[in-house]
Ligand binder design. Structure first.
Ligand SMILES: C[S@@+](CC[C@H](N)C(=O)[O-])C[C@H]1O[C@@H](n2cnc3c(N)ncnc32)[C@H](O)[C@@H]1O
Length: 292
């Protein structure tokens, strides 16, 4: 693929590097501890989710990754529900192995039955399944799926009446999507929704068009991006690939210089470190069949 056409194709062209880039971008945030994940996700889980008496609460996770966020969500649900059936759809064997290791180590998850599906969302939605879920979530996974709108539609179809869809994405108001939007304006080709340059705004647009009401909440997070300015830093390269969603961005001088220039003039300098502002947005939609 020619240079500029790689913009927004990091997950598709280089999935292994993409997972490493996510880790490089997120690890300073996750190092702040489980409380951060609790605030960003746990506190937003709808515990009042309706479930038939005596039945398991059924949860479907799309693109669950290594399970850190799922586990925070499951623990919140276990405060109200005595048993949970959790189906995990995740294509990466490496991510699933990490998730399973976390589950093995955590005795508080004994009341959760895990059903592991090593599949993409597209493969999963092709299987004939009648199970309906009380909670269907995709946490920062809609960047990766093939068809953004079709995935949301299929997630919605998986919900039982009174169930919730929970989607987390980066908000358009944050610095990363603004940088990506600038790069796309300059170098983008084709349909942006075919790339990973997607935001919470795209999710809301889909829901508005489909006539689905929702509530949204945002949290601001500062991310240290200082390493991007060190040419010899492997972490810096990965973070820049994450920010631009472009594989091997160091060999794309036009994208790299515009990105670094944008970061330099839109970041804050604190104690010699450069911080970019990310805004995490959680969108929650309740399925009320009487209104549909
Ligand atoms: C940014 S990570 C988010 C992981 C996790 N939900 C979290 O927030 O920690 C995106 C995940 O989506 C997975 N993924 C990639 N392509 C996918 C697809 N087509 N369908 C479902 N998941 C996919 C990746 O393997 C990765 O684990």
């Amino acid at each position: 693929m020619a240079g500029l056409l790689k913009l927004g194709y990091l997950p598709k062209l280089s999935p292994g590097r993409y997972l490493a880039a996510i880790r490089a971008f997120r690890s300073p945030v996750e190092a702040r501890g489980k409380d951060t994940l609790q605030v960003l996700y746990g506190s937003k889980v709808p515990v009042s989710t309706l479930c038939e008496p005596g039945a398991d609460l059924r949860v479907l996770g799309i693109g669950s990754g290594s399970g850190d966020v799922d586990i925070i969500m499951l623990k919140k649900l276990l405060q109200r529900h005595s048993s949970v059936y959790n189906r995990v759809v995740e294509p990466s064997g490496e991510m699933l192995a990490r998730y399973k290791a976390l589950v093995r180590e955590d005795t508080s998850l004994g009341a959760v039955k895990f059903d592991w599906r090593q599949q993409t969302a597209e493969e999963y939605f092709q299987t004939k399944e009648d199970t309906k879920f009380h909670l269907v979530h995709a946490v920062h996974a809609l960047f990766d799926v093939e068809e953004h709108d079709a995935t949301l539609r299929k997630m919605w179809e998986q919900l039982s009446d009174g169930g919730y869809m929970f989607v987390a994405m980066q908000s358009d108001k944050g610095d990363c999507p603004r940088l990506r939007s600038k790069l796309w304006e300059e170098f983008g080709q084709g349909d942006r929704l075919k790339t990973s340059l997607r935001t919470s705004g795209d999710v809301k647009q889909y829901l508005d068009t489909a006539g689905i009401s929702y509530v949204a909440s945002e949290d601001e997070i500062s991310v240290n991006v200082t390493e991007c300015f060190r040419d010899d830093s492997e972490t810096g390269k990965l973070v820049l690939e994450f920010l631009t969603q472009t594989p091997n961005v160091s060999s794309e001088p036009e994208i790299k210089s515009m990105a670094l220039e944008y970061i330099r003039s839109n970041s804050s300098l604190v104690d010699g470190k450069i911080y970019f502002k990310a805004i995490n947005e959680v969108i929650l939609a309740l399925k009320d069949c009487a209104k549909e």
